[in-house]
Design a protein around this ligand. Structure first.
Ligand code: FES
Ligand SMILES: [Fe+2]
Length: 357
């Protein structure tokens, strides 16, 4: 993770505001507050005296220091620069300097929900934040699943990262250990269901990749494979990777579910949280370590550098104006991009008209 704040001087991006974004792993926010940037807005994350997590504006209104780099005193967040303290309602609750209190000083409050081992932040109108619309990742906090996970900040636009998960055909070229004909030759289907986009890959009787066969203990044996990616706007994806002996009914295939959550930091950088669960070898720390290492390598050392370089070669130009060639595997990514544009446009029009989107 990078320690310094990103520079916020580039071309501003356009984002969906009224949406839940993943702000981090819940247990990653302990007593020490965090200074983050989401959608180019500085945000401070902290826990109050009761341990409840909060998100408030991250730029101190005095001399603009990062509030999240401060500390929590008596349940309020103290600015690291001159010590003003802000409560979870965003108001200044303490001024250590002569001149009295300054309760008129305040920062914005962002709805924040702790759910499924994650912190979810709402970057739009607080009155519209409905926790019931947070996607279901209950397995992340369910002890029946052993979960390996990671978090990093990646260079590249967040939609390029969503494309990457929706189009698994890249696996054969980017991830040598994951080469499998299921990704490039298997049956695939893309569709939209309301505001979610689906990508489905299936191969009923074929070899899994070398790496995954070894993990599952099926080296040299053909298997049924079913991969189902679901995209939730703006860029939170699940990927169910189901396998079993050929002919196994779908509901009896074993599943390794994944989370890939992309939250834009800026138009050029993306917070990337990932996790993969398994319901076998639960409690096997050595197995987890091997699995975590392999996944971290694939995501952070194979996917990320390619996407970073593609982003750099786009040089800030609009994706559609570059007239991208559309291949068969793009059916999910393109639906997701169109759906997101539609939601952002609706939000912008309603903001202009002063009506709810
Ligand atoms: S910058 Fe925060 S108190 Fe001065
Ligand atoms: Fe990948």
């Amino acid at each position: 993770m990078r320690d310094a704040m990103p520079r916020l001087t580039g071309t501003p991006g356009v984002y969906l505001r009224n949406a839940w974004y993943v702000a981090g792993w819940a247990d990653g926010l302990a007593e020490k507050p965090q200074a983050k940037v989401f959608l180019e807005e500085p945000v401070a994350l902290f826990r109050d005296a009761a341990g409840v997590a909060h998100a408030i504006g991250g730029r101190c209104p005095h001399r603009f220091a990062p509030l999240g780099a401060g500390e929590v005193i008596d349940g309020a967040l103290q600015c690291p620069y001159h010590g003003l303290r802000f409560g979870s309602d965003g108001r200044c609750v303490f001024n250590p300097h002569p001149g009295g209190q300054v309760p008129q000083a305040s920062v914005r409050v962002y709805p924040l929900v702790e759910r499924h081992a994650l912190l979810w932040i709402w970057m739009g109108d607080p009155a519209r934040a409905d926790a019931a619309t947070i996607p279901d990742f209950a397995w992340l906090a369910d002890p029946r699943w052993e979960v390996v996970r990671g978090a990093t900040c990646a260079e590249g636009h967040y939609e390029l990262y969503s494309d990457n998960i929706l189009d698994l055909s890249h696996a054969n070229f980017v991830h040598p250990a994951l080469v499998a004909s299921a990704f490039t030759e298997g049956a695939r289907k893309f569709w939209q269901d309301g505001e979610t986009v689906h990508a489905h890959y299936a191969q009923p009787d074929d070899y899994l990749s070398v790496g995954i066969s070894a993990i599952l203990g099926v080296t040299g044996r053909k298997q049924a494979f079913d991969g189902h990616v679901i995209w939730h706007a703006p860029a939170t994806l699940s990927f169910d990777f189901r396998t079993g002996e050929p002919g196994t009914p779908y509901d009896q295939l074993s599943n390794m579910p994944s989370l890939h959550a992309f939250t834009p930091e800026t138009a050029d950088t993306t917070h990337y949280l990932w996790a993969t669960g398994r319901d076998f070898a639960v409690g096997d720390a050595e197995f987890s370590q091997t699995m975590r290492g392999a996944l971290e390598y694939a995501f952070e050392h194979e996917d990320m550098p390619l996407i970073r370089d593609a982003h750099r070669l786009m040089a800030g130009q609009d994706f559609w104006e570059l007239r991208p060639l559309v291949l068969d595997g793009d059916g999910g990514g393109i639906r997701a991009r169109r759906q997101l544009r539609k939601m952002i446009s609706a939000e912008m029009i309603s903001a202009e008209q002063g009506t709810p989107a």
